[in-house]
Design a protein around this ligand. Structure first.
Ligand code: NHR
Ligand code: GAR
Length: 221
């Protein structure tokens, strides 16, 4: 694992589908902390994603690979992979990216691709997590950052942040409070990766070279 430096920054490509507020938080954190991390491109499957405007505003190249232009997931993923690899990223960050990726695609980037998912994984894999947490009557909700593996939202968890569910919560109010946590933990995980402190070995996350412990995985302010 190499440690990124000003002379040799970590190269990153971010994949988005929507508003890109996580992308914005990552851009802002890199700038504020002057981290040796270079977002080489932001790529969206959705040509109307607002996050593309945020990237342009920040001076980051953008690309659109519209899934509607491809006959199958395999063809879409091949096109996406070709565009990503032009930028030679060391890390691929899924930030509100909404297309399920094929096994071949994921294996190509195994250990170099992370996702943020709005639930306390392994609970509530897939979509509509805030609604499902409310329907189940859970007292806790949260958000997880994990390495991406072929199993949807099933890859090893790097960090989680929890929030209490309140009686009057709605999917929207939960999403807002989850977002606040996302904007803290996702930039932090990317920083750790740049520092060479994070690795995926088989199904295990290594933190500073050792299997990550449950308490290291629980983010506390
Ligand atoms: N791909 C693999 N192989 N593994 C993961 O862990 C992935 C992945 C692709 C995306 C993000 C994930 C999330 O955090 C993610 C993790 C989209 C869907 C989905 O059902 C599910 C989970 C995630 C992203 N997408 C629909 C599809 O048919 C489309 C939904 C839509 O466009 O609104 O691809 O939640
Ligand atoms: C985030 O809450 C992220 O956890 C979630 O979508 C939102 C994206 O917001 N991701 C998924 O649901 C992945 N399927 P953003 O575009 O403003 O960063």
């Amino acid at each position: 694992m190499r440690v990124a430096s000003t002379d040799n920054p970590l190269s990153v490509v971010v994949l988005i589908s929507g508003s890109g507020t996580n992308l914005q938080a990552i851009i802002d954190y890199i700038r504020e902390q002057e981290l040796p991390i270079e977002i080489r491109a932001v790529i969206s499957n959705n040509p109307d994603a607002y996050g593309l405007k945020r990237a342009t505003e920040a001076g980051i190249p953008i690309e659109v690979v519209n899934h509607r232009d491809y006959q199958s997931r395999e063809y879409f993923d091949q096109a996406l992979r070709a565009v990503i690899d032009q930028y030679k990223p060391e890390l691929i960050v899924l930030a509100g990216f909404m297309r399920i990726l094929t096994d071949d695609f994921v294996r190509h980037y195994q250990g170099r691709m992370i996702n943020i998912h709005p639930s306390l994984l392994p609970r509530y894999q897939g979509l509509n997590t805030h609604q499902r947490v409310l329907e189940a009557g859970d007292e806790q909700h949260g958000v997880s950052v994990h390495f991406v593996t072929p199993e949807l939202d099933g890859g090893p968890v790097i960090i989680q942040a929890s929030i209490p569910v309140r009686k009057d919560d709605t999917p929207q109010s939960l999403a807002e409070r989850i977002h606040e946590q996302e904007y803290i933990i996702y930039p932090l995980v990317i920083q750790w990766f740049a520092e060479g402190r994070l690795q995926l070995r088989d199904d295990t996350v290594l933190f500073n070279g050792k299997p990550i412990t449950d308490s290291q995985r629980q983010f506390r302010v």
